[in-house]
Design a protein. Structure first.
Length: 172
């Protein structure tokens, strides 16, 4: 014990290394985020995955541990996200040109699948939104292109929106 106190620089370096090792292995999982653990860029598991009807405050959030320098965490939002489609031109069956603004709401329920399918280790939500945008455009064009302009202004509009939603869910 006396030799440690004789060399305080060695003791300081050892304490600093231990602190760096501890800081790089312990992290906080936010309540609104779910994470995918990547080990050498390969997904090995998830943290705080979204579960339906799970009460706020009773999730797997809080302190967690990872293998320092080997594991990386990709954070994905658990909340409902949206994708906007601005000024989409659609031609109705009676040859009227329509300018349509649309949006879709989505939630990533399988973060591991989202990271693998987007091939993204950062900004996975944006990549998912970028992949959904053309699908939303296709669903809107397909459904509105089958209708006459007058039908879009009638009570039948609700059915049209339901058909767009069903088509998008099938494509996504």
């Amino acid at each position: 014990m006396g030799s440690v106190w004789r060399n305080p620089i060695g003791f300081g370096i050892a304490a600093l290394l231990a602190l760096i090792l501890l800081a790089s292995s312990v992290f906080i999982v936010p309540e609104t985020e779910q994470g995918v653990i990547l080990r050498f860029e390969k997904p090995v598991g998830t943290i705080n995955r979204w579960k339906p009807n799970q009460p706020f405050g009773q999730t797997d959030s809080g302190l967690a541990v990872k293998i320092p320098f080997f594991d990386k965490i990709v954070w994905i939002d658990k909340r409902v996200l949206d994708v906007d489609l601005n000024n989409q031109q659609v031609l109705s069956t009676d040859q009227l040109r329509l300018e349509v603004d649309a949006f879709a709401r989505f939630r990533i329920v399988d973060p591991l699948k989202a990271v693998v399918s987007t091939g993204s280790t950062s900004s996975t939500e944006e990549r998912v939104a970028d992949q959904l945008r053309p699908l939303l455009g296709t669903a809107v064009r397909n459904e509105l292109g089958r209708r006459q302009f007058a039908a879009l202004l009638s009570p039948e509009r609700g059915k049209v929106m339901d058909n767009i939603q069903a088509g998008l869910q099938q494509l996504a």
